[in-house]
Design a protein around this ligand. Structure first.
Ligand code: PBG
Length: 337
């Protein structure tokens, strides 16, 4: 007997369920929703400020008075959460505007919570936007008269990150998200929150955050590029994946409520491995460079920006993300509805 006599014809086996959008929709394994998104916002001092960020078309520097309108837009689109980044009035060696109660992020949190109490307001906890040298922590004091270039003092930085988190909590933030990559910062922030009456406040840890070229546009937007050296002494080395799992495990042990992989697109394997291993909510940060690439290629007519963005976001969800932090949030939500 020949094979064709015992098996039915195989030519259309997979294609049968791809014939119409109705059939494809019925068997779709991953569905994007505006409810998956967290929208990053860049807030700056001033009044009536709404200035487009050149390297991130469609993203703006906003002053606190413009946030009520922004919150209304997000509510209408079904986007549940924002992640705040601040541009301070002045920078110094210790990044002090990060942890003053009248800092820009603190002011923005109050404005947003006043305008939209239901919006989940998450704050990025880091010093790089606030330090004059642009590093994510304070620099170590000269040892024997020699300044060690780029040496960020881990434990002194922990104190300042904890103060920043408490200050954001006092302003009314719903969640804090440390992005500095100092060792032990989740434990330090957890302890400080607990001791200051914020035991209920969750921490979303940027657990596996790589030293990535994809942060370029953000650093222009947030004016946070290091003035010397780079961040490879504290952010993760891109070739490593097992180390990412150890970082995530440590953050969970220290009290993280949500863990994150960042960037997303070039690190989908890390995301998938993390999804397999851990049961906590998992976030992925679709970073500025990933967004800028899509926008640039779309502008040049080289890619269909809309289809590309939705494909990227779907892939991030398929790889295992529960939460996607993305600059595409608003347009993608509009496309999805
Ligand atoms: C702060 C921080 C960065 C990003 C988020 N938080 C920049 C960096 O680490 O240099 C990048 C976000 C993006 O590129 O969209 N440490």
């Amino acid at each position: 007997m020949t094979t064709s006599a015992i098996l039915p014809p195989l030519f259309a086996r997979f294609r049968r369920l791809r014939r119409t959008e109705g059939l494809r929709g019925l068997v779709r394994e991953t569905r994007l929703s505006p409810a998956d998104f967290v929208y990053p916002l860049f807030v700056a001092h001033g009044h009536g400020l709404r200035q487009e960020i050149e390297s991130m078309p469609g993203q703006y520097h906003l002053s606190p008075d413009g946030l009520a309108r922004e919150a209304e837009d997000l509510r209408a689109l079904g986007i549940p959460a924002v992640l705040l980044f601040g541009l301070p009035a002045a920078k110094d060696d210790e990044g002090s505007e990060a942890y003053t109660d009248d800092g820009i992020v603190q002011e923005a949190v109050r404005a947003l919570k006043h305008a939209a109490p239901d919006l989940v307001v998450i704050t990025d906890v880091c010093l790089c936007e606030y330090t004059s040298h642009g590093h994510c922590g304070v620099l170590s004091l000269p040892k024997g008269g020699i300044v060690v270039d780029g040496e960020v003092d881990n434990d002194r930085t922990l104190e300042l990150l904890a103060r920043t988190a408490i200050s954001h909590a006092r302003a009314g933030a719903d969640m804090v998200a440390p992005s500095d990559m100092m060792d032990g910062r989740v434990a330090a922030i957890r302890r400080a929150l607990d001791e200051n009456g914020f035991a209920h406040l969750p921490i979303m840890a940027y657990s596996a955050k790589y030293a990535s070229a994809f942060y370029g546009p953000f650093r222009v937007a947030a004016d946070s590029a290091p003035q010397f050296g780079d961040r490879r002494g504290y952010q993760m080395d891109p070739p490593n994946v097992r180390e990412a799992l150890r970082e995530i495990e440590a953050d969970i042990a220290e009290g993280a409520d949500i863990v994150m992989v960042k960037p997303a697109l070039a690190y989908l394997d890390v995301l998938a491995r993390a999804r397999e291993r851990f049961d906590l909510p998992l976030a992925a940060y679709n970073v500025s460079g990933e967004y800028a690439m899509v926008k640039a290629a779309d502008r040049l007519g080289w890619l269909d920006g809309r289809r590309t963005a939705l494909e990227v976001l779907t892939a991030i969800k398929r790889a295992g993300a529960d939460i996607i932090i993305t600059y595409h949030a608003k347009e993608a939500s509009a496309w999805l509805t």
